[in-house]
Design a protein around this ligand. Structure first.
Ligand code: ZN
Length: 442
């Protein structure tokens, strides 16, 4: 039995793919005498040639063309499509457990195919250099920066709950509320578990302190474009209906163990329903079966605080997958570190990070006692509506407590004073839109 496997490594040249990327092609079942080869045609396109002798052992039975793709960016698998020689998109199958692999059914005949990856940066908010997030006025010495996380907290923390299990609405939500914390609930609104408590979920949404996310309608993947559109689109529409006053942007996760088949890159569907992929990042799965979960959580959280990262703790059934005692221990540990943490839903954190990546500041003295601060934002405020926090380090001769901030209309902006690395800083929150503020000595 021959193993038809060819690996081509190519150096990526696009800014979006900084690492070497490769594609491995394989035919299944391995047909006698057939060959497959891959040839890069650019950083985002690979040509695949299949050569089959006329009398293959499988006769006319179709083959599976399996493509293993070296990850090029964290969510690249959402951008993958396979085309035939006529440019038709072919149904691609991928599994949540093997995101770097797609399989396509092809005839047992010679043919040419193309693996095409859509540049995920096209049409997205800009990614500006970190230097854009701070500014200094040379005349007064006043410095301004956009805090790494909301309210100047050291790290961001999200509690994530998958599958709309009844213990989420019956146990997790009340316990989170005891501590004043927000969770992100990846719901499957078409499942019996959800429907049995649909009124409770609606009441939770109406209270407005928790975030819901799209986990597809039924947690069963999809066999076609139409089914993928329904599974994803109906879940978004359900959540939008529960939160009519919120931005439609939602976190998305396809569900563990699911298999998806579609033709166009999945990101096209996710974009239609304003979804971002929650996969990746610093995260911990909080199932007791993994052992020592509370210690592992403490360690992960402390590392996130030290490095300024976004940390996510993933839960399934409360009182089953993780004991209620351990869940409470996690909440207690979190409360002890609360001052260092921005505890928020995943869409809120994603918005803040995306807005900040696309924003810039500039400062110019108006006179010896006031500075004009210009905030420029590169995100669409209809989707990205999470306020940003700006930190001002006043000149030495100014008094932080007396500093005042006004918007372009002269209205006072509420401020708060916090210890910073270079003395006291003054924080204030701004909507993520282009705006001018006047900072006065007071
Ligand atoms: Zn799930």
């Amino acid at each position: 039995m021959c193993h038809l496997c060819v690996l081509v490594l190519m150096l990526a040249t696009s800014a979006a793919c900084a690492q070497p990327a490769g594609v491995t092609a394989e035919l299944l079942p391995p047909p006698e005498g057939a060959t497959v080869s891959v040839q890069p045609e650019g950083p985002l396109r690979t040509r695949i040639e299949v050569t089959c002798p006329g009398d293959t052992a499988q006769g006319d039975a179709p083959l599976t063309l399996r493509l293993d793709i070296t990850p090029r960016w964290p969510h690249y698998y959402l951008d993958v499509a396979v085309l035939d020689a006529d440019g038709q998109f072919l149904p691609c199958t991928w599994r949540s457990s093997e995101r770097n692999r797609v399989e396509v059914a092809i005839p047992a005949a010679s043919g040419t195919y193309f693996l095409q990856i859509t540049d995920p940066r096209a049409g997205r908010p800009p990614l500006l250099d970190e230097a854009h997030r701070s500014a200094r006025d040379p005349a007064t010495g006043l410095q301004a920066s956009i805090c790494r996380w909301f309210d100047g907290r050291a790290a961001a923390l999200s509690f994530r709950f998958d599958d709309s299990h009844p213990t989420h609405i019956l146990k997790a939500v009340p316990m989170l509320r005891e501590y004043g914390f927000t969770g992100t609930f990846f719901i499957n609104p078409g499942t019996g578990d959800y429907l049995a408590h649909a009124e409770d979920w609606a009441a939770c949404a109406a209270q407005g302190d928790q975030e819901f996310a799209n986990h597809s309608m039924h947690h069963r993947g999809a066999d076609s474009d139409e089914e993928a559109e329904r599974e994803i689109g109906d879940a978004s529409r359900h959540i939008w209906g529960l939160f009519p006053d919120r931005s439609p942007l939602l976190a998305w996760s396809e569900g563990g163990g699911t298999v998806w088949t579609h033709t166009r890159p999945l990101r096209e569907i996710l974009d239609r329903y304003h979804l971002f992929d929650a996969y990746g990042g610093r995260a911990i799965s909080m199932a007791d079966a993994y052992g020592e979960r509370v210690d592992a959580y403490r360690q992960g959280l402390d590392e996130a605080i030290a490095t300024g990262e976004w940390f996510t703790a993933l839960f399934h059934q409360i009182g089953e997958s993780i004991s209620e005692d351990n869940f409470r221990a996690v909440l207690e540990l979190t409360r002890e570190r609360q001052d260092a943490l921005w505890i928020a839903g995943m869409a809120a954190v994603h918005k803040y990070r995306t807005e900040r990546d696309a924003a810039s500041l500039s400062c110019a003295a108006m006179d010896a006692d006031s500075v004009r601060l210009t905030v420029t934002c590169g995100t669409d405020a209809a989707l990205y509506d999470q306020p940003l926090t700006i930190a001002i380090t006043p000149p030495e001769s100014w008094t932080a407590d007396a500093l005042h901030v006004a918007d372009a209309d002269g209205a006072a902006v509420p401020t708060r004073v916090r210890p910073g690395p270079d003395g006291l800083t003054v924080l204030f929150d701004v909507p993520p839109v282009d705006a001018v503020y006047v900072i006065g000595r007071g």
